[in-house]
Design a protein around this ligand. Structure first.
Ligand SMILES: [Zn+2]
Length: 178
C-alpha cells in the first residue's frame, strides 16, 4: 500500500479518504482507489468495532490556547467534514466534543474505522488539568468500550509521528486504566 499523506496539520498526518465520508479529495483519489470502494460502507461506528482509544496532541506551542473550534475550523478549511477527533482537551482541562462517537474519526491512518481519538492541545508539557481530563475521557470510554486498547498515535507502526510525545500506554498502566 502506498502511504501518501495528502495533508499534514498539527503534527498528525491524516489522509483525505478517511476524512471526507465519501468525498474524495482530488489529490487523494489517485492513491486510494481501493479505499474508495470501502467508502460505500456507512461511515458509522458500532460499539464493538472500537479496538483502540488513541491519544493525540495538537503539536502546537504549549502557550497556544486552541480549542476544538479552532481545530474544527482548520479541518473545515482543508475541505474536510470538520474536526477529526472525538474529543479535544484544552490547556485548562476542558473536555470539548469533536465528532460523535458513532461517527468515524479522522486521526489515525488505517485505523479510523476501529478507533476513537482524543487530542490534547499542546506539544511538550501537558497541564495537570489536561491529564485529569484525559483520565476522565479514557476511563469513560473504557466503560463503553472495555475491549479497546489505550495507546498513543505514535504506537501505530505506520506513522513516524511522535504524537502525543509521551508514553500513553505507560500512563494508562499508571492510572489503572490498562
Ligand atoms: Zn496524532
Amino acid at each position: 500500500m502506498v502511504i501518501n499523506p495528502v495533508k499534514t496539520w498539527l503534527g498528525c498526518t491524516v489522509f483525505a479518504e478517511r476524512l471526507t465520508y465519501g468525498k474524495i479529495l482530488p489529490e487523494a483519489a489517485d492513491h486510494h482507489t481501493e479505499k474508495r470502494a470501502s467508502m460505500s460502507h456507512p461511515s458509522l461506528l458500532d460499539r464493538q468495532d472500537i479496538r483502540y482509544l488513541v491519544v493525540h496532541c495538537s503539536d502546537t506551542p504549549d502557550d497556544d490556547l486552541l480549542t476544538a473550534r479552532d481545530i474544527h475550523a482548520m479541518h473545515l478549511g482543508f475541505g474536510w467534514d470538520g474536526v477529526g477527533y472525538h474529543r479535544v482537551i484544552t490547556r485548562d482541562g476542558v473536555i470539548e466534543h469533536g465528532r460523535p462517537e458513532y461517527w468515524v474519526g479522522a486521526h489515525v491512518y488505517g485505523h479510523n474505522t476501529e478507533s476513537l481519538g482524543v487530542c490534547l492541545i499542546g506539544r511538550n508539557v501537558f497541564t495537570s488539568a489536561q491529564m485529569a481530563a484525559l483520565h476522565e475521557v479514557i476511563s469513560g470510554w473504557k466503560v463503553t468500550y472495555p475491549q479497546a486498547q489505550i495507546c498513543g498515535h505514535c504506537d501505530f507502526d505506520n506513522t513516524e509521528k511522535t504524537c502525543p510525545n509521551f508514553d500513553v500506554r505507560a500512563w494508562a498502566r499508571e492510572q489503572g486504566l490498562a
